[in-house]
Design a protein around this ligand. Structure first.
Ligand code: ADP
Length: 253
């Protein structure tokens, strides 16, 4: 079977093609048009694989932009897709933490990879990738640089829960000459603490996997591990977890 899974996220659009045991991956900024992003991804994946569009057996779309891609074969929720991919990668995992650009989720799955409970924060930017992007901007860094610039030994507590107030707090701290590295560690800790509280509401069963683009940030990984008191399993290509799950759902349908 030749299937494509697309995850049209708030920040990045990700695509995974499964082609007889081979996997191709592509990622682009979502931009303003989820439809254009999905078309561009399909073209890239076809080019990478040397396949023709007519050869595609199925396309499964997930992510916030999925409703805009009406001509896709199937749509699936991100929760279902992350659960499907993690069940394949780590059958021992019972709890999944997914932190993306605009929301964070905690998903409990059973041994078969079926979702048995979940919690989602999509009302507030704090505890999401957006929070980190705003803070990186205030610090004059790219979001991908935050992890390497933190110093947890000189952590500065960030007291504001709201993204807008936290940004003002950071600007004030910088003006007073506070160490950037300590501020960054404090930001990671605040994300870790918020998400860990959500994990405790849903409960930990088995091992814990961390997925989504924010799992690429070693500072958030450190903070979340500290807050939860356990090691996290992070897939190689963590940002592609949703797209991989979508493709796997297509393969099985
Ligand atoms: P969405 O599906 O909503 O687009 P993603 O799961 O793709 O979200 O995650 C996007 C977030 O991942 C960004 O907001 C950013 O915080 C984080 N991110 C992306 N790339 C990196 C990177 N190289 N290093 C650290 N964080 C990253």
């Amino acid at each position: 079977m030749l299937v494509v899974g697309l995850d049209i996220g708030s920040v990045a659009a990700k695509g995974v093609m499964l082609d007889r045991g081979r996997m191709h991956r592509a990622m682009i900024p979502t931009g303003w048009s989820p439809r254009d992003a999905s078309e561009a991804l399909i073209c890239q994946l076809l080019q990478m694989s040397g396949r023709e569009r007519e050869q595609l057996d199925d396309i499964i779309v997930t992510g916030y932009g999925r409703i805009a891609v009406a001509d896709a074969g199937q749509v699936a929720t991100e929760i279902k897709c992350h659960a499907r991919a993690v069940a394949q990668l780590y059958p021992q995992v019972g709890t999944i933490v997914d932190i993306g650009g605009q929301d964070s989720k905690v998903i409990r799955v059973n041994e078969q990879g079926r979702v048995i409970d979940f919690a989602m924060n999509d009302k507030c930017a704090a505890g999401t990738g957006r929070f980190l992007q705003v803070m990186a901007n205030a610090l004059g860094l790219d979001v991908s640089e935050l992890g390497e610039h933190e110093d947890p030994n000189h952590m500065v507590a960030i007291n504001s829960m709201c993204t807008v107030f936290a940004e003002s707090e950071i600007i004030g701290l910088l003006a007073r000459g506070t160490s950037k590295a300590g501020i960054i560690a404090g930001l990671h800790q605040s994300v870790g603490r918020r998400v860990a509280a959500m994990v405790r509401r849903i409960g930990i069963d088995g091992e814990v996997a961390f997925t989504g683009g924010v799992a690429k940030n070693p500072g958030v990984r450190r903070a979340l591990q500290e807050e939860l008191g356990c090691q996290l399993l992070i897939p190689e290509g963590c940002q592609f977890t949703g797209a991989l799950g979508a493709a796997l759902l297509g393969q099985n349908s």
